[in-house]
Design a protein around this ligand. Structure first.
Ligand code: HDE
Length: 682
């Protein structure tokens, strides 16, 4: 049996190194390597004369610039990526022969791209949307792509509807508005006419659609895939990424403001965390269903609008992924990476989910346009770390120099052409599922229940989460201009929950339904964000400080925050050094102008004895806004006056004290809770 190439966590980095170049301090040349004596002035006939055709340098430079852009992804255009490593916790050989899962401690390099779906490449990141979560594992058996989202279900059941769905959610074609938003007529018209969207729309209206950070969201493979072991036995499998920091969200008002204050909010957070060594981590979990149990559930395993409740099909954790390196060049890596759910390795196969089946066609096709031809696998970021050989040849941008005469099968020239290898030698062969049926364009009966799991999702939410869903529906439908769309949506979502539909109806000027609703009582507690992991690590506190601050106490509090992994930025009226009571300094990273309360997880108000009117006004704004967004607020000494002025000193998550160390631990506790929903806001 041929020995597999050695792959370790550095294999991809080492491969990429061959392609990296550092231009700094080098002589400027043309693309032909010709050193140039001048790069600021084009070649002219006289100083004030016309530019000459002869100016090859100008033409090369300008032509390259003219061709710098490639088509953006038709969906998931706005994305950000990083490198990392996946480590298997144990051998999974009893389930799959995939080698990257076959050994405890085995490490495989990965590249992960996160994205929003609807917005174009330059759109804001904190919009209400699904997030893409696409992972490329560079394994010894070839690239395996797990191209998932941060929600476990999808809008439609059959791939043929995807272009319709995307046309409906994208900006409306007659005026190209709104950008990166689902709150408009065509999307909701699509929804009411395609009621299979009900479950996914519940997720989209929930807090999951406005993640605090790419690092604080889960990922899902969505479809049922197959694991196949060496004996040829198959199990259905669903993939789940679980963030070790838990799943946390923004609030809607905050998300909209961040979109203006820092449209790069999510990528900045990812980039900075990796630069600071706070490497984001996810555990990979699988849900396994034996083939014999295919029909045992009250939903169809092949229906991508259904999740597999963890309480019924538990998640087994099988490994951990750590993102530990930012890219060197966003275009070369993040933009040119080409994912495809059909990039699989032996031991991983497909189910007949009609959404997945259609995806298997679409992804290669889209790369042909985006990356301009069939050689995109040769781009450094897409190259497998194992060798690849076949008889495919030529095409635009071909880099491989294939030696020899023979580029076909079969051939009698000795040892001339790459030949297929047996399964025993690692050759991929498709799972031999028996399929029997008539050719039909139809939906399976078993796909027809569009509402039970949507109700299960609703039933699983806590009151604040339900409140947010009602507000989201009211916002989105409130933006729809056609009253029949609003009415249609209320009618449709009455099937999910009557009280929810009534509350939304009232907010959007539609007659509330008097009856109807669902009798589904099932809930899946794992779906509520209240039950997620809570940690203060990497949370960012805005510290409002002026000269004359209580030095000993503040520096101690900051030290304790840091010890718990909490980060902070000092905000004041001016940038530069501020002096404390004992003369020690602290540097203001920001003024009230260059940052904003929405960019922090918590506010710590310190102030000083002689703050200006402007300082006081801004501090009150920072605290007021943080309070309205349910964020933890801490205040000591002079800072406490603003809590009193706003009558919020005794509210949940508001920590005020004079005794230093106790304050720090209570404040960290408040930060760990993420948000304090039981606050009296009005
Ligand atoms: Fe995609 N999807 N998709 N999708 N998708 C693309 O491929 C498509 C679906 C997902 O960071 C495109 O290279 C069809 C589900 C992610 O580069 C395109 C259908 C899920 C990304 C495409 C779906 C996804 C894409 C656009 C329905 C979660 C970004 C550019 C049948 C499981 C990957 C590209 C990246 C990207 C097609 C539905 C995830 C056009 C036809 C369900 C994360 O090929």
């Amino acid at each position: 049996m041929a020995k597999s190439p050695e792959v370790n966590e550095n294999s991809k980095d080492e491969q990429l190194e061959q392609y990296r170049t550092d231009d700094s301090g080098k002589s400027l040349t043309t693309n032909q390597g010709l050193k140039m004596a001048e790069d600021e002035f084009s070649l002219k006939a006289g100083e004030r004369g016309p530019t000459l055709m002869e100016d090859f340098h100008f033409r090369e430079k300008m032509t390259h610039f003219d061709h710098e852009r490639i088509p953006e992804r038709v969906v998931h255009a706005r994305g950000y990526a990083a490198h990392g490593v996946f480590e298997a916790y144990d051998s999974l050989e009893h389930l799959t022969k995939a080698k990257f899962l076959s050994e405890k401690g085995k490490k495989t390099p990965v590249f992960v791209r996160f994205s929003t779906v609807a917005g174009s490449k330059g759109s804001a990141e904190t919009v209400r949307d699904v997030r893409g979560f696409a992972t490329k594992f560079y394994t010894e058996e070839g690239n395996y792509d797990l191209v998932g989202n941060n929600m476990p279900v999808f809008f439609i059941q059959d791939a043929i509807k995807f272009p319709d769905f995307v046309h409906a959610v994208k900006p409306e074609p007659h005026n190209e508005m709104p950008q990166a938003a689902s709150a408009h007529d065509t999307l909701w018209d699509f929804v009411i006419n395609n009621q299979e969207t009900a479950h996914m729309m519940m997720w989209l209206m929930s807090d999951r659609a406005i993640p605090r950070s790419f690092r604080m969201m889960d990922g899902f493979g969505v479809h049922a895939f197959r694991f196949v072991n060496a004996e040829g036995k198959s199990h259905f499998v669903k993939f789940n990424w679980k963030s070790t920091l838990g799943t946390h969200s923004l609030v809607w008002d905050e998300a909209q403001k961040i979109a203006g204050k820092d449209p790069d909010f999510n990528r900045r957070d990812l980039y900075d965390s990796i630069e600071q060594g706070d490497f984001p981590e996810w555990e990979l979990g699988v849900q396994i269903v034996p083939e014999d149990d295919e029909y045992k559930f009250d939903f169809d395993l092949l229906d991508a609008t259904k999740l597999w409740p963890q309480e019924e099909i538990p998640i087994q954790i099988i490994g951990k992924m750590t993102l530990n390196r930012n890219v060197d060049n966003v275009f070369a890596e993040t933009e040119q990476v080409a994912f495809h759910p059909g990039h699989v390795v032996p031991g991983i196969d497909f189910s007949n989910d009609p959404l997945l089946q259609g995806r298997l066609f679409s992804y290669t096709d889209t790369q042909l346009l985006r990356l301009n031809g069939p050689n995109f696998h040769e781009l450094p970021i897409n190259r497998p770390v194992c060798p690849f050989h076949n008889n495919q040849r030529d095409g635009v941008g071909r880099q491989t120099i294939n030696k020899g005469r023979v580029s076909y099968q079969k051939s009698s020239f000795t040892n001339s052409t790459p030949a297929p290898v047996s399964e025993a030698e690692g050759g991929y062969s498709h799972y031999q599922e028996k399929v029997d049926g008539r050719k039909v364009r139809a939906r399976s009966e078993s796909f027809n229940d569009h509402f039970s799991q949507a109700t299960m999702f609703w039933n699983s939410m806590t009151s604040p989460e339900k409140e947010h869903i009602i507000e989201a529906f009211s916002f989105e439908l409130g933006k729809c201009q056609e009253s029949w769309i609003r009415e249609g949506a209320v009618e449709m979502f009455t099937n999910v929950n009557l009280e929810m539909a009534q509350a939304v109806a009232k907010n959007i000027g539609v007659a509330p339904p008097a009856s109807g609703g669902s009798n589904v009582t099932k809930a899946s507690p794992a779906l509520s964000l209240e039950n997620t992991v809570k940690s203060p690590a990497t949370r960012k506190v805005g510290v409002l400080i002026d000269n004359g601050f209580n030095e000993e106490e503040v520096l101690n509090v900051l030290k304790e925050l840091q010890a718990k992994g909490v980060q902070y930025e000092v905000v004041s009226e001016m940038q530069g050094e501020l002096k404390g009571t004992g003369g020690k300094g602290i540097t203001a990273d920001h003024t009230f102008n260059t940052t904003d309360p929405v960019l922090y997880d918590a506010i710590y108000a310190v102030g000083g004895p002689d703050v200006s009117r402007k300082f006081a006004k801004e501090a009150a704004r920072y605290i007021g806004e943080a309070f309205d967004h349910y964020k933890p607020i801490g205040a000591t000494h002079d800072g406490q006056q603003w809590l009193e002025a706003a009558y919020i000193e005794n509210q949940p998550g508001v920590v005020a004290a004079t005794a230093g160390s106790e304050f720090a631990s209570s404040f960290v506790e408040a930060i760990t809770a993420h948000r304090h929903w039981n606050r009296q806001i009005d």
